[in-house]
Design a protein around this ligand. Structure first.
Ligand code: SF4
Ligand code: SF4
Length: 310
């Protein structure tokens, strides 16, 4: 049976989503209604590009089931281009992005994946290396937002042994003297709530949220996973799990919570259904500078685990 819902009911549903995402303090229901009523031409324009990535951050962002993240975001922005959801392809994309660059439109620029500086042909869009698109679009952007650990640190794409020399968005634009403010939102994958928080802070308050020295939002990355862990008391009492599934602190199974900043024990993945440690698995430090580590296995008796440094 087709159920019709009115505009106000629809917006109320979106607003409940915003509150569930923890960003209700940034936006009132009236703000949402006002943003939804704005003509598209008057909304801030958003461009999202992929570098060397698995698209996992986009999947994380778009796959949110109980919270319609895309509906929420597009009430506040005009989504000019996203490689996974836009219908434009090939030279249409080139024309679209060239127009934005020529007009010096102050876009909000989101970037997922690393930039293969050592092998530019490894990642090409419309016959141009992705790095060239970054150089074309970022100088006039209001902010360059790196989503996911590949974009913030090189991540999987830049791990030792790969040939691409993949680097972070921040490093890439810094080396080219581009001074656009950067926000880094690490995580493998990124959490949709973190993106929505940064976007709405920028749009509603007209400024970026408070950031740490690595340009991470303090609201989500101000604490280590360890500091808010459900096993923190076990850690202090030296009650360590010996096997996955045991009760107790997972430090001796290689947990990277003490060196990883993220809000996972407050806000988990998949609309906060669960997160690594609550599911009984050590944090693998997906949002840390050391991800991916050379040594990712977990074994109680292995002398390499239980140390903060490799
Ligand atoms: S499980 Fe990990 S994050 Fe939690 S207390 Fe132990 S070492 Fe810290
Ligand atoms: S607990 Fe650690 S590995 Fe898991 S999502 Fe959080 S930061 Fe990443």
């Amino acid at each position: 049976m087709l159920v019709k819902i009115g505009r106000r009911d629809f917006l109320e549903g979106l607003y409940r989503g915003l509150v569930a995402m923890g960003v209700g303090s940034l936006v009132s229901f009236e703000d949402l209604a006002r943003a939804a009523a704005l003509p598209v031409a008057q909304k801030p324009k958003l461009v999202w590009l992929h570098g060397s990535s698995c698209s996992g951050c986009s999947v994380s962002f778009l796959n949110s089931t109980s919270i319609p993240v895309l509906d929420i975001v597009t009430k506040f922005v005009d989504l000019v281009y996203h490689p996974d959801i836009s219908s434009a392809t090939g030279h249409q994309v080139e024309q679209l992005l060239e127009r934005v660059a020529d007009d010096k439109t102050p876009i909000v620029f989101l970037f997922e994946g690393g930039i293969p500086e050592g092998l530019p042909e490894a990642c090409v869009m419309a016959e141009r290396p992705i790095g060239a698109w970054v150089e074309r679009l970022v100088p006039h952007a209001r902010a360059a937002i790196a989503v996911g650990t590949c974009a913030t640190r090189g991540g999987i794409a830049g791990m030792p042994g790969t040939l691409t020399g993949s680097t972070s968005l921040e490093g890439y634009i810094e080396r080219r003297g581009i001074e656009t403010p950067v926000v880094s939102i690490p995580g493998c994958p990124v959490k949709p709530e973190h993106i929505v928080y940064v976007l709405l802070h920028l749009i509603q308050k007209g400024e970026l949220p408070p950031l740490d020295e690595r340009h991470r939002p303090l609201a989500q990355f101000g604490h280590t996973v360890h500091e808010r862990c459900i096993y923190y008391a076990s850690f202090q009492e030296k009650q360590f799990a010996r096997f996955i599934g045991d009760d107790g602190c997972l430090f001796k199974l290689g947990c990277q919570g003490p060196i990883t900043r993220n809000d996972c024990l407050v806000r988990g993945h998949n609309d906060n259904i669960n997160t690594c440690i609550r599911a009984g698995h050590p944090c693998i430090g997906c949002a840390s500078d050391r991800f991916p580590r050379r040594f990712m296995m977990h074994a109680y008796d292995d002398p390499r685990v239980g140390k903060l440094k490799e």
